[in-house]
Ligand binder design. Sequence first.
Ligand code: NAD
Length: 297
Amino acid sequence: MARIGFIGLGNMGGGMAANLAKAGHTVRAFDLAEAALARAEAAGCTRAASAADAATDADFVVTMLPAGRHVLSVYQDQVFAAVPPSALLLDCSTIDVASARAVSAAAAERGLAMVDAPVSGGIAAANSGTLTFMVGGTDDAFAKGEPILAAMGKAVIHAGAAGAGQAAKICNNIILGATMVATCEGFALAQKLGLDPQTFYDIASKATSQSWSITSYCPLPGVGPTSPADNGYQGGFAAALMLKDLKLAVEAAGAAGASVPMGAAAGALYQAFVNGDDQGLDFSAIIKLLDGTQHKG
Ligand code: NAD
């Protein structure tokens, strides 16, 4: 069993650290928030006094932080100086490709192996250990990190070199964001045209429009399997996080010279939605913007 330093115990990291402890690893956990630390302790982790303390003597360091600037500062100011040279660093946060490559290069300069390993799946998947990891890094680093990631997920896929995990994540979410908007448009239009939502679901889920957004995450309550729509759009994957990922995707596309008009349009709609009163809701609640039922901020 490994010694793991876990930094960032929020909505996602809390459940992930708990699953590593449940798998028998020794998890030294750190977060700036006391409530997050207390939850990790109750789940079998040991409290660390700082990010550097969590990294000291660790075989693996896992980070699950909000954005690129947090990841850069935690590694550069705390982890790099504290961690043993043999340790593997795994950043599971969703961050921009450029920051992921920069932090991985800074680790390599110090002789430290690092992978970017962002996840697909929300808080429920983090809690149940059924995340999908998309991993960027060398073959050796991937092979070493895979069993640790597997203790938190149902699939661990090597996407390519450093930064490839983040690239895969934003490409996945540009498809997901645009597909969810199109799904909401279709279901809102179906209702306006007098179609019964269940009947249209039965058709769309077997016709050429079928997608994960329809058959696993239908944005209308009472239709399809249970989804955040059945819970007042609470929980799930917040619209603000989808906006974050679409911004990262559009930014990466600009740097790579790629054309992403649908992703940019979805981003503009999520920005408008997040500007309203419903910004904390799940990303499938974008249907409220399209059918005119959103509260205005
Ligand atoms: P969160 O805000 O709930 O958790 C982040 C945690 O990091 C917080 O507890 C915060 O206190 C802590 N933190 C911030 N700076 C820190 C520092 N310097 N040292 C130690 N702790 C620090 O966010 P989350 O929902 O858990 O998301 C984490 C990452 O996972 C994000 O990059 C997000 O985009 C990505 N993600 C989230 C979801 C989701 O459904 N929530 C799904 C997939 C990916």
